[in-house]
Design a protein around this ligand. Structure first.
Ligand code: FAQ
Length: 311
């Protein structure tokens, strides 16, 4: 009977039908979705920290408003995504416990520091740019709640990318010092942005199964290549140099060839040894502890309302 259910499930996926929370699904499908959606949610929430670092120091009111809105959007994406994960039968407390204990991953990119204002431009341009490249295909993911959440998230990410690029443009066209700052940020964020797409296809443990289940539509390397092809001309327009001496356009394929990624750096970050891993988890733990009274108050309030309704 299990085999028949599996077969029927795969037929539905192949027919591009959406799988909904109450539908039968293989345990592995549920597990990988909980893993991916929760890691995605954690990334949004931890991703608020590097940029949050600049909210009080944004150079103008206009920049501050845009940055505040962006960071708030990220909080919203995280909450949306936790809700999508909860439809698969896990609780939010469990998921947050996994983040704080180090069991669950979040994107490697958020373990780098943001020492200058140009980092805010580079994050919007490159990190949100990479996020969009990876997430637009997720709008067609076979799991309904995740696919639907991604539609709105992608629209917002696209605004984030534009504000970042516009910020970079202002710096690149500014004083020599501002342009140097923009170039320095590009130098630091370029390679980590390429790592966001995950390990190379040969090393990617989940890819083939996730593609068969239509959770993933394109491989890590395919999306990374698309990102490079889209971003190199944008750097040229800014008058900035991509920090890769091996980068060149292959006239035959129409694609940019690029140098080797330092996977040792990526693996160290995944093990918790990146420049900001400890600081990020510490900040999340503090936020969780400081918010305990809010959770307790909300539970007490709900209990009182239930009592009153019974009377
Ligand atoms: N960092 O077999 P695969 C954002 C892990 S955007 C850390 O290829 P899969 C917006 C992977 O989990 C960032 N870990 O895995 C924003 C797995 O580990 P596990 C978040 C990584 O799932 C912008 C192992 O390596 N976006 O937040 C990374 O098929 C600006 C093997 O990898 C998403 O999460 C990495 N970069 O493909 C916010 C998108 N890459 O669990 C603030 C949804 C891989 O077996 C500011 N996720 N790993 O222990 C996905 O599309 C996929 O999960 C991939 C990985 C493509 C990330």
């Amino acid at each position: 009977q299990e085999a028949a259910l599996q077969g029927r499930f795969q037929e539905r996926v192949d027919a591009e039908e959406k799988i909904e929370p109450r539908d039968w699904m293989p345990d592995g499908y549920r597990r990988t979705l909980v893993r991916q959606i929760s890691q995605h949610a954690h990334s949004e929430i931890v991703g608020m920290l590097p940029e949050g670092n600049w909210i009080t120091r944004a150079p103008t009111l206009r920049r501050k408003v845009a940055l505040l809105a962006k960071v708030q959007d990220e909080g919203g994406h995280g909450l949306y995504l936790y809700s999508a994960a909860e439809t698969l039968g896990v609780s939010r407390d469990e998921l947050i416990g996994q983040l704080l204990s180090g069991k669950a991953k979040y994107s490697s990119i958020f373990n780098y520091p943001t020492p200058t204002w140009a980092d805010i431009g580079a994050i919007g341009w490159l990190v949100d740019g990479a996020a969009i490249m990876n997430q637009v295909p997720l709008c067609r993911c076979s799991y309904g709640p995740y696919a639907r959440a991604m539609v709105r998230i992608c629209r917002e990410e696209s605004f984030h990318q534009r504000q970042g690029y516009e910020l970079m443009l202002a710096l690149a066209q500014g004083t020599a010092e501002q342009k140097r700052m923009a170039q320095d940020a590009l130098n630091r964020w370029w390679w980590p942005s390429l790592m966001m797409f995950g390990p190379s296809d040969e090393q990617s443990a989940h890819s083939s199964q996730n593609m068969a289940w239509k959770i993933k539509r394109f491989s890590n390397d395919e999306l990374r290549q698309r990102f490079v092809d889209a971003t190199v001309p944008q750097a040229e327009f800014l008058g900035l140099t991509i920090p890769d001496p091996e980068l060149r356009l292959n006239a035959e394929t129409g694609h940019y060839e690029f140098g080797a990624i330092d996977w040792t750096e990526f693996n160290e970050i995944l093990k918790g040894n990146g420049p900001c891993n400890r600081e990020r988890i510490e900040a999340r733990r503090k936020a969780w502890d400081d918010g305990a009274w809010v959770r307790e108050a909300a539970v007490a309030h709900a209990a009182k309302r239930r009592q009153r309704a019974l009377k």
